[in-house]
Design a protein around this ligand. Structure first.
Ligand SMILES: Nc1ncnc2c1ncn2[C@@H]1O[C@H](COP(=O)(O)OP(=O)(O)OP(=O)(O)O)[C@@H](O)[C@H]1O
Ligand SMILES: [Mg+2]
Ligand SMILES: [Zn+2]
Length: 264
């Protein structure tokens, strides 16, 4: 399978340097009257009424702003499709499949086309998912990186006293900040599904999120160490069926990259 030179470069040029306008703070402390940014959405930390989101790195529309809002962990901020080392024919095929997923879609149109990256530890699944996020940012597709085991902790604390209630009957559910942040982006990366056991409550939450996003044609890129035939058991078939709907399934096989520099 050929590697598309154009696709592999997508997102590779987003800067990791601190923003020159705000010095990396993400906001300007003098009100910027000319700014028409309406940052209603998510997670900027406001520490004063007189700050506005920096129009360069947190303003609407710029690729870098989208990237900064995607919550890619610091460790993976430099993970790009172009610096994924495909040293074996299997990894090369993996990269080509990921690029086909990226290139096979008009991403500005709503679509439910999912991507599953599954395989053993340290093979580069999260790296590839973060590389895709960069590419999506350049295509002006909104994204959010979510570590699945951490998601449920955030939901529990966000729902507060309500968290024990039957999720179906939780009024205001879709107004909850954490829920909005995961329902709204065009593409959500669900990293490490199955890394921690899921309680019934976790599964209920996951089902609801996946079902709602699926109905809205908002796809997922998901990664897991689970074996393919364990999905139904560990995730439950209602969740697995929806995630595997219209899904490009990529087995990421290779040595554990984390141990590469290990000396005996
Ligand atoms: N082929 C590769 N080229 C360049 N860097 C890689 C490659 N594979 C892995 N890495 C790097 O190795 C580290 C581990 O990779 P990553 O976290 O993506 O693995 P993973 O498959 O998600 O593992 P796990 O299943 O444990 O979550 C990261 O720092 C990543 O950037
Ligand atoms: Mg990972
Ligand atoms: Zn800035």
């Amino acid at each position: 399978m050929p590697i598309s030179a154009e696709l592999i470069e997508l997102g590779s040029h987003l800067s990791n340097e601190p923003c020159q306008k705000c010095g990396g703070a993400g906001q300007l402390y003098e009100p910027d009257e000319s700014s028409d940014i309406d940052d209603d959405d998510d997670d900027l930390i406001w520490d004063g009424a007189s700050s506005t989101p920096c129009p360069v790195c947190h303003g609407r529309g710029s690729s870098l702003a989208l990237f900064n809002k995607s919550h890619v962990p610091t460790k993976y901020r430099n993970a790009k499709l172009v610096n994924f080392e495909a040293g074996t024919s299997k990894l090369r095929a993996t990269l080509a499949e990921v690029l086909q997923y990226l290139g096979g879609m008009e991403w500005q149109q709503p679509t439910y086309r999912n991507l599953l990256l599954y395989g053993p530890v340290g093979t580069g699944k999260t790296h590839l998912a973060c590389g895709l996020i960069r590419a999506f940012c350049e295509l002006r597709v909104t994204t959010r990186f979510v570590v699945v085991p951490a998601l449920f902790d955030r939901l529990r604390s966000s729902f507060g006293d309500q968290h024990h209630r039957d999720y179906e009957s939780y009024e205001g559910y879709e107004d909850d900040d954490v829920i909005r942040q995961i329902l709204k982006p065009d593409v959500v990366v669900l990293d490490d599904i199955g890394a921690a056991p899921l309680s019934d409550w976790d599964k209920g939450q996951l089902y609801k999120i996946i079902n709602k996003r699926g109905n809205d044609l908002h796809p997922f890129v998901w990664t897991t160490n689970l074996e393919f035939d364990a999905f139904d058991k560990v995730l439950e078939s209602r969740i697995a069926s929806r995630l595997l709907e219209n899904c490009r399934v990529v087995h990421v096989e290779g040595p554990d990259y984390r141990r590469r520099g290990m000396k005996p």
